[in-house]
Design a protein around this ligand. Structure first.
Ligand code: ADP
Ligand code: MN
Length: 386
């Protein structure tokens, strides 16, 4: 773990507040947050299917008034140790709480999460803010009215989500449109004032298909297929859980550099084929002992590789199996093969984020406000793979 002095600003957000941090390696995403967000992450430990949709949660971190960690190493280590030892619902003591004007608890705490953009050469990111209704029950009238007006005039109202921001590598022919890392950045005004029901699919097309970066029809469709499979999983898991989330987002990330994307898919498929070979060797094994003949036969690789992406050189098959790119796992209680996994190039990920206004509501049924948006995203991705 890094020392606190090495924390640096996180510069790859697609939307949201300032003040997020990362570590020197960039594996961590550290976000100042409300107690409600911490509570939601803690409670998610009891819902593993749901937790799988979220970025990996490593714990919390207290920041001193200058915004830097007092003793990052000690505290994060403590959190992780406590989590490992005590299991679900562990909260650490010693933090200070201050009531603010709205009588809400504010804290000097941050959530320490897996940085979902780590391991990519050029991560393309899209933040899709979910929900028709965007405010929680505790919101003041002024905020309700302001958010309702935004919803009414954007795809939040018509489709149950809107694009809160996106970054596309080589997203323009004009170099003046690109930032110093080569991304075209679409800020919150894009989804507020430019995207509507008519051009919504095109906006996603701009995100995924990009010949300038070497992402042609076939490659783009492979990515869209992968997101589609994950979106259907999100729908299934949300339908099976009882939550209310307001202004949460789905964070789409994929490799924006076509060459890196192609080779990451090829590498993953090779690994998949090698694993299958190992599996079939096991099948024909008669003496009862497990034959494992290669490095890829580690349990880590086995658990992260769920299937195979379409061969990007040929036509896209209808019957798609997908690799779940949990990729570079962060340290956790039983993981001693992190180093190996960090070398795996990433392809894509889909994560549910931003639980500042989220809660578990046992007995109240699924979160239809968010499911409406997710079902419309599924329809859009069904268009993209056609
Ligand atoms: P806010 O309350 O400021 O909206 P979010 O949780 O939505 O906070 O995060 C803001 C932005 O930061 C997101 O749009 C996304 O681009 C980025 N982000 C959030 N969580 C992660 C993560 N775990 N890894 C990488 N980037 C993240
Ligand atoms: Mn957000």
């Amino acid at each position: 773990l890094p020392s606190h002095a090495d924390l640096k600003p996180f510069n790859h957000a697609a939307a949201g507040h300032e003040g997020t941090l990362s570590d020197p390696d960039g594996m961590l995403f550290i976000k100042p947050c409300t107690q409600q967000e911490i509570d939601f992450y803690e409670k998610a430990r009891e819902h593993p299917d749901f937790a799988e949709l979220m970025p990996e949660y490593l714990g919390t971190l207290s920041l001193n008034p200058t915004g830097l960690a007092d003793d990052l190493e000690k505290q994060v280590t403590n959190e992780i140790t406590q989590q490992a030892a005590a299991g679900p619902s562990t909260t650490s003591g010693g933090s200070t709480w201050q009531p603010n004007k709205n009588r809400k608890l504010v804290t000097d705490k941050s959530v320490v999460l897996e940085n979902t953009t780590y391991g990519y050469k050029k991560p393309n990111i899209l933040d899709a803010k979910l929900g028709i209704r965007l405010w929680a029950d505790d919101a003041p009238l002024e905020k309700r009215q302001r958010f309702d007006e935004i919803s009414r005039t954007t795809t939040s109202g018509s489709h149950g989500f809107r694009i809160a921001g996106m970054r596309v590598y080589k997203g323009s022919d004009d170099p003046a449109d690109l930032d110093d890392e080569g991304f075209k950045v679409y800020d919150k005004n894009f989804g507020r004032f430019e995207v509507n029901g008519e051009n919504l699919v095109d906006a996603f097309r701009k995100f995924i298909f990009n010949p300038r970066a070497g992402i042609d029809e076939d490659l783009g469709k492979a990515v869209a297929e992968a997101f589609l499979v994950d979106l259907k999983k999100v729908e299934k898991v949300l339908s099976a859980n009882e939550t209310r989330m307001y202004s949460a987002s789905l964070l789409f990330t994929f490799e924006g550099d076509g060459e890196a994307l192609r080779s990451a898919i090829e590498k993953a498929n090779e690994e998949h084929d090698a694993l299958e070979k190992v599996e079939s060797n096991k099948d024909v094994d008669t003496d009862g002992s497990e034959k494992t003949d290669g490095a890829v036969a580690s349990s880590d690789a086995e658990s992260s590789v769920k299937g195979k992406l379409p061969d990007v050189s040929g036509p896209i098959e209808g019957d798609l199996k997908v690799i779940e790119m949990t990729g570079s796992k962060l340290p956790d209680d039983d993981d001693d093969e992190d180093v190996e996994m960090t070398d795996v190039p990433k392809i894509y990920s889909l994560k549910l984020i931003d639980f500042a206004h989220a809660e578990w509501v046992p007995g109240q049924g699924p979160d239809e406000n968010n499911l409406f948006g997710i079902r419309n995203l599924i329809k859009i991705f069904e268009e993209l793979v056609k």
